[in-house]
Every structure is written in structure tokens, then in C-alpha cells.
Design a protein around this ligand. Structure first.
Ligand SMILES: [Zn+2]
Length: 376
């Protein structure tokens, strides 16, 4: 994970205030304490009109149920939203303000807050399907709330405020809103708090969406530094999205620093969302065994530590059989494979600066290269 030979240096740098957080984002210390965060939130709530503190925390029902009457740009309210045309029309100035300017519509003003029809919510700007109506629930926050997104449809990025996690359309980058976790609303414990203005609804797409959902799969691989693993999976045709994160540990919301301390048990893991009509789980697993060295225990290349161990987290017996079959094939070819196979647990997204690291920096992976290991 770390640049070669920098393990010791980086542990010093992470406490060195002179390190430039932009140039060295992974060494940037988390200096906003929980207390500061609460104070900021309270002061924001006291000083700012409601739509400026939108999508902050789990809403207090009594406070949040009053729509703003002082909104500068109130959104139209209707119970019969139009269906999505094949090519979305140009954005209105209000939509522009929210989707491009990362604005927030006033609570209870959007057309999809109380919308309950069965179908698909797509990106208002590019038309990409984002949320299934099955995932919509009533959070009483004043904004449409979804406890899950379609695979690979939504990207999470650190909000400019440094506190919240912004969600954007993975296809076009349109601002959607924010995501909150552990509020206890539904079993998935996740709330995608989305502006109605960022969405368009289509009842007609429901059947297509169901088909698409059936064709999509998710796989989890740990093979050393997740930057390199993500890099190679992103390039594989049929992969919708690869996301860096953590799995296999025992602490909730692990941070990169905690995982690096080796005390949480997590492995740097890549979540691969894929279109199973274009690429199979077996193809993914084969690629996994060829882009990292599965014979290295407790390390990968220059990266040493249990967080860099080789592991596959399977979600079904079928996946387990495929992985075990590939391991047997490699062993028959003389590779002393040490890859662990475990039942998939909860996946935690890594910090936004770890996502698409090589794509953003233009650098090449130092820790991974594709090596043919299965023969013809
Ligand atoms: Zn979009």
C-alpha cells in the first residue's frame, strides 16, 4: 500500500504537521474531533436556514417536518412526477444549482419526497439508473431516502465540509446528496439522502431494472494494496465499478490508520460490481490470482502486514467452489497458494482519497502486475 520502503517514514509523517495534506492525503490527520463536529452542527442549525443544514444528521422528526417557507428557490411540488425520457431534457436553473453547484433543495419541497410508485429513480442529468423504488423509505427528513443504491451507480466522496459523505452519480458526477449510516432506519442502516431535483423517475424501467439487477453481481478480493487491485479490476470489461475498502475485521467504520495498525483484523479489500452477462465470477477470480502473488503470506510485495494478506470473501457456496477449484488448479501447477477463503462480511468503503488512486494520479501500480498463472 505504502510507497516502497516508506512504512516507517509514513508513520512518522502522519504525525508531522508540516506534511502537505493535498500532496500526501493519506498522511492527513483527522483533526476534527467528535466534539468539534457536534458544535459545528449545532451552531449551523442555529444560525442557518434549514435548507443549508440539509442532509446533516438523523432528523429530529418534530423539527424536520416543517417545510421551509423562506427558500430562495422553492421546488415545485407534485404527486405525479413525469416519467424519464430516453434523453433527459436540459437542466433548469434550479436543477443546475443543485446538480452542478452541489446545492440542496429545501426539505419537503421536492417532488419525490412522498413518492411511492414502483420503478427506478435515475440521474436527472445523464439518465443512469441509481435507485430501486424497493430501497426507498420514509425517513421524515424531507428528502427522498434510499437504504441502498443500484450496484456501482453511486459514488461516495468526502464532502467539501470535511464531515459528511457526498454522493454523486457514478456515471456523470452529478451531485445527488449525502449518505448517512448507523441511524437505525432500516436493516441496511444506510440513508442515501437525495435531492428530488437530482432524480428522474421511471415506472417503465422497473422491469428492465429488475433484469439488470439479476445480471449484476458483487465480488470481494483482498490481494495487497487495494490501489493496485482496484486498478486492474477497473480495466476488466464487464466490471461496473471497483471500490477500495476493508473487510474481514472486527471494528465498525475502520479508518485507514486503524487498519494499518493491524489491530482491527481487516484486509485491504476491493469490492467489484460486475455485469454477470459480460463477465463471470470465475473470470474475476482468475484475474485476482494473476494480478497478485497468492503464494505470499501476510504481505504482498513491498507491503508487509496482515492487512495485505491474500483473501477472497465469498458470498455463496457457488463462489466458494469456484475459488477453491482455481486454488486447486494453481497448486497442481506448483504454486504454494496461501490465499484464505472466507464468508463475506461487511464491506467498509475506504476513504475517498484511496478511490481510483492510480486513475486520479496518473501513476502506475508499484505493487501489482498481471502474471499468467493458469496456462491455456
Ligand atoms: Zn448522472
Amino acid at each position: 500500500m505504502k510507497p516502497p520502503g516508506s512504512g516507517f517514514v509514513s508513520s512518522i509523517m502522519s504525525h508531522n504537521p508540516t506534511v502537505d495534506p493535498i500532496a500526501n492525503p493519506r498522511h492527513f490527520p483527522m483533526f476534527v474531533s467528535a466534539t468539534m463536529f457536534r458544535l459545528l452542527r449545532v451552531s449551523a442549525a442555529l444560525l442557518l436556514p434549514p435548507w443549508l443544514v440539509a442532509c446533516t444528521s438523523k432528523p429530529k422528526v418534530a423539527q424536520a417536518t416543517q417545510p421551509s417557507t423562506t427558500a430562495s428557490s422553492p421546488m415545485p411540488t407534485t404527486n405525479t412526477p413525469p416519467t424519464t425520457p430516453s434523453r433527459p431534457p436540459p437542466l433548469t436553473p434550479d436543477e443546475q444549482r443543485i446538480i452542478v453547484g452541489k446545492g440542496t433543495e429545501p426539505p419537503f419541497s421536492g417532488k419525490y419526497v412522498n413518492h411511492k410508485a414502483d420503478g427506478t429513480y435515475a440521474c436527472r442529468r445523464c439518465g443512469s439508473p441509481l435507485f430501486n423504488s424497493d430501497a426507498k423509505f420514509d425517513s421524515r427528513s424531507g428528502w427522498p431516502s434510499f437504504d441502498d443504491a443500484l450496484p456501482g451507480a453511486v459514488k461516495e466522496v468526502e464532502d467539501a465540509d470535511g464531515m459528511r459523505t457526498e454522493i454523486v452519480c457514478a456515471h456523470c458526477g452529478a451531485h445527488l446528496g449525502h449518505v448517512f449510516r448507523n441511524e437505525g432506519f432500516t436493516a441496511k442502516n444506510t440513508r442515501h439522502c437525495v435531492n428530488s431535483a437530482s432524480l428522474s423517475f421511471s415506472a417503465e424501467r422497473a422491469s428492465e431494472r429488475t433484469t439488470a439487477a439479476k445480471q449484476s453481481g458483487v465480488a470481494y478480493f483482498a490481494g495487497g494494496c487495494f490501489w493496485g487491485v482496484e486498478y486492474y479490476f477497473e480495466k476488466l470489461p464487464g466490471v461496473i465499478e471497483a471500490t477500495s475498502g476493508y473487510m474481514g475485521g472486527h471494528r465498525e467504520h475502520p479508518t485507514y490508520e486503524e487498519v494499518s495498525s493491524k489491530r482491527t483484523g481487516h484486509a485491504e479489500t476491493v469490492k467489484v460490481s460486475y455485469d454477470s452477462s459480460r463477465v463471470t465470477y470465475r473470470d474475476l477470480a482468475k484475474l485476482f490470482f494473476e494480478i497478485h502473488d497468492p503464494t505470499q503470506a501476510g504481505r504482498q510485495g513491498p507491503d508487509v502486514g496482515s492487512q495485505y494478506r491474500s483473501a477472497v470473501f465469498v458470498s455463496s457456496e457457488a463462489e466458494r467452489k469456484i475459488v477453491e477449484d482455481l486454488i486447486a488448479k494453481l497448486k497442481a501447477r506448483g504454486f504454494a497458494v496461501v490465499t484464505e477463503v472466507h464468508q463475506a462480511g461487511r464491506f467498509w468503503n475506504a476513504e475517498s482519497y484511496h478511490q481510483d488512486y492510480y486513475g486520479k494520479t496518473g501513476k502506475q501500480p508499484y505493487c501489482h502486475a498481471r502474471v499468467e498463472r493458469f496456462g491455456t
